[in-house]
Design a protein around this ligand. Structure first.
Ligand SMILES: Nc1ncnc2c1ncn2[C@@H]1O[C@H](COP(=O)(O)OP(=O)(O)OP(=O)(O)O)[C@@H](O)[C@H]1O
Ligand SMILES: [Mg+2]
Length: 241
């Protein structure tokens, strides 16, 4: 990906396996979000390919990617503050069913959407807040609602860019457990700065600096890599926890 003369992401290759939490980490400005944007259709890479379940989806617009099975919280999320938590998720479920207009409009379709939404809330531990209006949720719960809305689209892969930003320690721990459990059904590609969390929940970690991948592998291998340690010299404490 080029921004003027700046090559923000260069020759980055990563493969997210089914059932995995795959984390993308690196210092500020490493190109993580840009790589995410290339994968999720926000910007078109100058070169390279994005494959989803074997199909070439390079440069596809987001709505097509969503139908093909790729969901991303920051981009597709639309939380309606005055609607309840359940209604927010049911809307996403219905939008997925939207390809079938008859189902969408029918009472049966509405009941199905609500039942599926309730199931997702239960899975994410938000069922206790189902009838609360979204505006009244605590920050951490609001972020979980965003994940619930993304999951309502039944993606095969879910992209999360710093989902724990602004969360308390307790909320972060809960989010970590959630992401781990989501991966049983939906692969997760995660950008995250909380190193303890990344080391704890990832199957594979890809490390970027200055637009390039410098290491990729299981947490134990990546954290023992001297190039990675060098890149994180300023944050050595995070690695020793
Ligand atoms: N729209 C843009 N125009 C010009 N340069 C950009 C643009 N977006 C990002 N960059 C540059 O591209 C590089 C990669 O940025 P990117 O946001 O992808 O990094 P990041 O790894 O996500 O960082 P952070 O951890 O701070 O979120 C940086 O040098 C950044 O300044
Ligand atoms: Mg970023």
């Amino acid at each position: 990906m080029m921004f003027g003369a700046l090559r923000a992401v260069d020759d980055v290759s990563l493969e997210v396996q089914a059932g995995h939490v795959h984390s993308l980490i690196g210092p500020n400005g490493a190109g993580k979000t840009t790589a995410f944007n290339c994968i999720s259709g926000v910007c078109r890479p100058a070169g390279g390919q994005v494959l989803l379940n074997g199909a070439d989806v390079t440069g596809w617009p987001s709505h097509r990617l969503v139908s093909a099975g790729m969901a991303r919280t920051f981009q597709i999320t639309k939380v309606f503050g005055e609607l309840t938590v359940l209604e927010n998720v049911a809307l996403a479920t219905r939008s997925r069913m939207g390809c079938n207009l008859q189902v969408w409009g029918s009472a049966r379709g509405r009941t199905d959407a609500t039942a599926q939404a309730a199931e997702i809330l239960k899975l994410l531990g938000l069922d206790g807040s189902a009838d609360a209006t979204a505006d009244h949720l605590a920050h951490g719960d609001k972020r979980v609602l965003e994940i619930a809305i993304a999951l309502a689209l039944r993606p095969t892969v879910l992209l999360l860019d710093e989902p724990t930003a602004g969360m308390s320690t307790g909320e972060t721990q809960r989010a970590a457990e959630l992401i781990r459990s989501i991966a049983q059904r939906t692969s997760v590609l995660l950008v995250e700065h909380d190193m303890e969390m990344v080391l704890g929940i990832s199957d594979i970690i890809t490390v970027m600096t200055q637009g390039r991948v410098i290491a990729s592998g299981p947490p134990a291998v990546v954290s023992a890599d001297t190039r990675v340690q060098d890149a994180y010299l300023g944050a050595v404490d995070a690695w020793s926890t």
